[in-house]
Design a protein around this ligand. Structure first.
Ligand code: IPM
Ligand code: MG
Length: 385
């Protein structure tokens, strides 16, 4: 490929939201890796660093200002660390860091959250599951992100006629909200192992029964994909018993939140997993989207250079692939992460339970881990994964 074909000289404009806790540390690592991959592949970045989340509450009294949402809309893509922390945890507070996530997801129309679950072969010992259960695990959780219990109104405290404290949340889905996410699930399945598992609680919930009906209708356009419906309780159990049985799993907002944390255990550490939140809007380079690790702000280890930056670095790779049209650079990052693990580098969360095996590994902090990954891109090391 010639330099021109490879897009040399491209500059991508990114919105950067470090957020709170370990968010700032893992974002620093991902930025370093992105700058490196840009140098190697001949493209660059401009960064619009936004103060959002708990930091936004401290600075502006609100987790995410309308102008922050607009700055994210104007960017080619958004890279986010994590938001939240004990400082802002008061249950009576009317402003909460997490409101930033909902403002961004809703405001930018990011209705699909993609959470790939794979097991890096070197991390099999770090997973609590038996090694034989981890073989062939390659699942894509597709979580609906802008409706359901997270967005349904009313959602508020109430008082009963007898004066007892009560509260209400609303689980609401429209046909079109279900259709667009399920269609994306089928599309993704087509490029993978052609199996779609739709997860719900149709034996109890009216919304789940609508999900089933709409999913069946969409399936008519995808006869080449095998469709399975599974109740969420059974899906939770099956994820632990036979995770390799899942290909694409599509589900509503709350079920997807819960199942993706469960699935993360399979990968050995929550710190490993990336995510992409996308809608349908196209930019000059690809689909607009927001990318973040699936872990939270981890206040217990914040500021100690202990956090695993790989989930954020792999999120940056997803960003290059989905939003920036640079699959080449995405693959280089993924190969460098695999090479880093193969060379024995581990943040603390990735150490295996077996002490003898752990002793053969090199424990590194957040910054060093990002540097090691960057080095493996910079020397353009052949793929060793
Ligand atoms: C996630 C998180 C958020 C969610 C929280 C922080 C509100 O758990 O992105 O999975 O529930 O969506
Ligand atoms: Mg979650």
């Amino acid at each position: 490929m010639s330099a021109a074909e490879a897009g040399v000289g491209q500059t991508f404009h990114l919105a950067l939201i470090p957020g709170d806790g370990v968010g700032t540390e893992v974002i620093a690592g991902a930025v370093e890796v992105l700058e490196t991959v840009g140098r190697v592949f001949g493209f660059g970045f401009t960064w619009d660093r936004l103060i959002v989340g708990g930091a936004g509450i401290d600075a502006y009294g609100i987790a995410c200002r309308p102008e922050d949402v607009e700055a994210c809309r104007a960017a080619d893509a958004v890279l986010l660390g994590a938001v939240g922390g004990p400082k802002w945890d008061n249950p009576d507070a009317t402003v909460r860091p997490e409101q930033a996530l909902f403002a961004l997801r809703g405001g930018l129309g990011l209705f699909a959250n993609l959470r790939p679950i794979t097991v890096q072969p070197q991390l099999i010992g770090a997973s609590p599951l038996k090694p034989e259960l981890l073989e062939g695990v390659d699942c894509m959780i597709v979580r609906e992100l802008t409706s359901g219990l997270y967005f349904g109104k009313p959602s508020e405290p109430r008082v009963t006629a007898d004066g007892e404290r009560a509260a209400i949340d609303t689980l609401w889905y429209t046909e079109s909200e279900i259709r667009r996410i399920v269609t994306l699930g089928f599309e993704l399945a087509r490029g993978r192992r052609r199996k779609l598992t739709q997860v719900d609680k149709a034996n109890v919930l009216a919304t789940s029964r609508l999900w089933r009906k709409v999913t069946e209708e969409v399936h008519a356009d995808y006869p080449d994909v095998t469709l399975e419906h599974r109740l969420v309780d059974s899906a939770a159990m099956t994820l632990a018993k036979w995770p390799a049985g899942f290909d694409v799993l599509v589900t509503e907002n709350l079920f997807g939140d819960i199942l993706s944390d469960e699935a993360a255990v399979i990968a050995g550490s929550l710190g490993m997993l990336p995510s992409a939140s996308i809608g349908t809007r196209q930019t000059a380079h690809g689909r607009h989207g927001l990318y973040e690790p699936i872990h939270g702000s981890a206040p217990d280890i914040a500021g100690k250079d202990l956090a695993n930056p790989l989930g954020t670095i792999l999120s940056a790779a997803m960003m290059l692939r989905w939003s920036l049209g640079r699959t080449d650079a995405a693959e280089a990052i993924e190969a460098a992460v695999a090479a880093t693990l193969a060379d024995g580098f581990r943040t603390k969360d990735l150490l295996p339970s077996d002490a003898a095996e752990a002793a053969t590994l090199t424990v590194v902090g957040t910054q060093a881990m990002a540097r090691v990954v960057g080095d493996r891109i910079a020397i353009n090391r052949p793929v060793t994964a």
